[in-house]
Design a protein around this ligand. Structure first.
Ligand code: THU
Length: 136
């Protein structure tokens, strides 16, 4: 069980995810998503969804964020935040759960939205019995 995030860590991560949604490229779904990942080294990386005219090539916000972290040399995921400007919170899709698990099994996940609702859970709860590096 990872240590709980401090209130400042939580605020910083949620604010970063909210800001990231402004860059979403979502002309097809019109469903902008922002994500932020806090890494064990303290760095925060953000991402947005990037869609494509060939729909299946879309990259979700969560994967954009974690790929940015890894590309910058930061691999240990500490926590994830997701923001959507919707009435209810959005949780990472199955593909993103798997990709995030690679770098931070058990990491806390905070999903926030334009409404009051928020979901606080963990990757372990979202992806039970996950397949990962330890299985190879
Ligand atoms: N999307 C994300 O970026 N993250 C999620 O957690 C759910 C879905 C994107 C993919 C697509 O651009 C749009 O939201 C609608 O599915």
């Amino acid at each position: 069980m990872p240590a709980a995030l401090t209130a400042p860590q939580r605020r910083r991560l949620v604010a970063a995810a909210r800001r990231a949604a402004a860059a979403a490229y979502a002309p097809y779904s019109r469903f902008p998503v922002g994500a932020a990942v806090l890494m064990a080294d303290g760095r925060v990386f953000t991402g947005c969804n990037v869609e494509n005219a060939s729909f299946g090539l879309t990259n979700c916000a969560e994967r954009t964020a974690i790929f940015s972290a890894v590309a910058a040399g930061s691999r240990r995921l500490r926590a994830v935040a997701v923001f959507t400007p919707t009435p209810t919170p959005t949780l990472p899709c199955g593909a993103c759960r798997q990709v995030l698990h690679e770098f931070g099994p058990g990491a806390p996940v905070l999903s926030v939205c334009a409404g009051e609702g928020r979901v606080e859970t963990t990757l372990a709860a979202l992806l039970p019995h996950a397949f990962g590096p330890a299985d190879l």
